[in-house]
Design a protein around this ligand. Structure first.
Ligand code: SAM
Length: 252
């Protein structure tokens, strides 16, 4: 998969050299290209922003460097175009489902905003030849799109075949598979500072362990994310398979 990131702070993306994403780059699974937006400015100060039309606080990113940068990274006459992701707190929410969708793309480009964001005409211009998604990583405001890109690239990259050592681990995770949160996990030693690992996990009984995992997932989801539990309940109730009946925990 090819990833182009357009930003005024390419150094912010240095973290992409580390850990599993870094390994994926080294092994050739990911081709990450960082671009400094200021390379497409033409004044002495390499200006990328200006005051907003209509007034208001802050500065807005000018469209000209963005247009030139997009044209250089993905020439308009080329039949192959990336899917462009524009991080913005005003975008559609980034979810695990969208991460899976993006992981199926051969080429993604990210346009990192700063200041009050990018002149809205840039997204319209790009949408003439590529799919454009404005995406929010959560209901809060960051200073720039770089951290949002790190979040999205990490979530997408780990879904690519070959990036995670054991792909089975993806199926059981929170926000994947059944949509429930993952159950709590434990490792050795069995007792640590007075805290014991739940006995069933030491039993070797796979059926009981699977039941415990499921019940803990439901309990956690009910406690922390009742919205997700409701969606899961609806999905299970809608299935014809009687084996997939909702199995709720007894009240404690
Ligand atoms: N004026 C914008 C608004 O109120 O919607 C906020 C601009 S923010 C200070 C600057 C940049 O940070 C945005 O253009 C975007 O690239 C990035 N950003 C901030 N919060 C974000 C979020 N929750 N998700 C994705 N990107 C975000």
């Amino acid at each position: 998969m090819r990833l182009d990131v357009l930003t005024i702070f390419p150094e912010y993306l240095a973290a992409l050299d580390v850990s599993l994403v870094g390994k994926a780059v080294k092994s050739g699974l990911l081709d990450i290209r960082l671009h400094d937006l200021r390379d497409w400015t033409h004044d002495r100060h390499r200006t990328v922003d200006d005051t907003p039309y209509g007034g208001g606080a802050g500065m807005v990113m000018r469209p000209e460097p963005w247009g030139e940068a997009l044209d250089a990274v993905a020439p308009p006459d080329s039949p192959s175009q990336p899917r462009l992701i524009v991080p913005t707190p005003a975008g559609r929410p980034f979810t695990q489902e969208l991460a899976y969708e993006l992981a199926a793309e051969p080429w993604l480009a990210f346009a990192c905003g700063r200041y009050e964001g990018i002149d809205a005409r840039v997204a319209s211009y790009a949408a003439e030849r590529m799919r454009v998604d404005e995406v929010s990583i959560g209901d809060y405001v960051l200073n720039g799109g770089e951290v949002a890109v790190l979040v999205m690239v990490e979530a997408v990259a780990r879904l690519l075949p070959g990036v995670i050592g054991n792909p089975e681990s993806l199926a059981e995770e929170s926000h994947s598979g059944d949509g429930l949160l993952e159950y709590p996990v434990y490792t050795k030693p069995p007792t640590w500072r007075g805290y014991d690992v739940p006995e069933v996990l030491l039993s070797g009984n796979h059926r009981l362990i699977a039941e415990w995992h499921h019940d803990e997932s439901v309990r956690r989801t009910a406690e922390r994310r009742p919205d997700l539990l409701a969606a899961w309940g609806d999905a299970v109730a809608g299935k014809d398979d009687p084996a997939s009946e909702v199995r709720l925990l007894p009240a404690t």
